[in-house]
Design a protein around this ligand. Sequence first.
Ligand code: NAD
Length: 295
Amino acid sequence: MANIGFIGLGNMGGPMAANLVKAGHAVCGFDLSQTSLQAALDAGCTTAETASEAAADKDVVVTMLPAGKHVVGVYNEIRSAVAQGTLMIDSSTIDIESARIAHEIASELGAQSVDAPVSGGIMGAINGTLTFMAGGTDAALDAAEPILQPMAGRIVRCGGNTAGQAAKVCNNMILAITMIGTTEAFELGKRLGLTDQALFDVVSTASGQSWSTTTYCPVPGPVPTSPANNDYKPGFAADLMVKDLGLSQEAAAMTQAYTPLGGHAFELYKQFCDDGNGGVDFSGIIKVMQQAKKA
Ligand code: NAD
């Protein structure tokens, strides 16, 4: 079993660290929030007073932080604490450039490193069923897999350094675009006299099919577990979707990729959040289509 330092014990990191403890690992956690530290203690972790203390002389250091600047900041902060040969796993969702810098710092320290962002949300973190999208050398990925296992439903090896973050931004860009398309279609169908159930019965088994219809249907009824049945309570909050779409647009600018629908999805979700809906599940964007008046 491994000695693990876990930095960032928030909504995702807290339950992920708890699952590592349940699997028999010794986990030393650090977070800036006292509430998160107490929850980690209650889950069987030990806690540290600084990020460096959590990272010192560990087999593995896992980070689960809000954004790239936090990850690069923490990686710089723990430079003198990380032992040679440590495996550094960053599971935060961050921009590609910060992920590249994090790998570079790890390499300077003689550490192995993996970028391994997740999908599956808070329930996936609690239940240990997250999908990890992992990037790194083959040796680093081999070392990371057994550590990720207790937190994972699925681990996908995406390629070399930063490939995990690349897969994450691409996936979530598709998700946002298909959700907007799905909400447009359900509202158009309604205005044409279709019932939601009839449209669902066709789309869910026809060429318009996607996860946004079959799992996360944005109207109440056809998929009883979708957030639409719970007044669009998250779920996956719209402000997190804006963050991920922002990362995809940064990545598109960096590579000069043409992503007009990704860009438009970013604008629509940003406006939705600016209108006070940041905490609403991202399928709640159907409200924008429902409120649109005929000229
Ligand atoms: P969160 O805000 O709940 O947790 C982040 C934690 O990091 C906080 O507890 C904060 O105190 C801590 N932190 C910030 N700076 C720190 C520092 N310098 N040292 C130590 N701790 C520090 O966020 P979350 O929902 O747990 O998300 C974490 C990451 O996972 C993000 O990158 C997010 O995009 C990604 N993600 C979240 C979800 C989700 O549904 N919440 C799903 C997939 C991916």
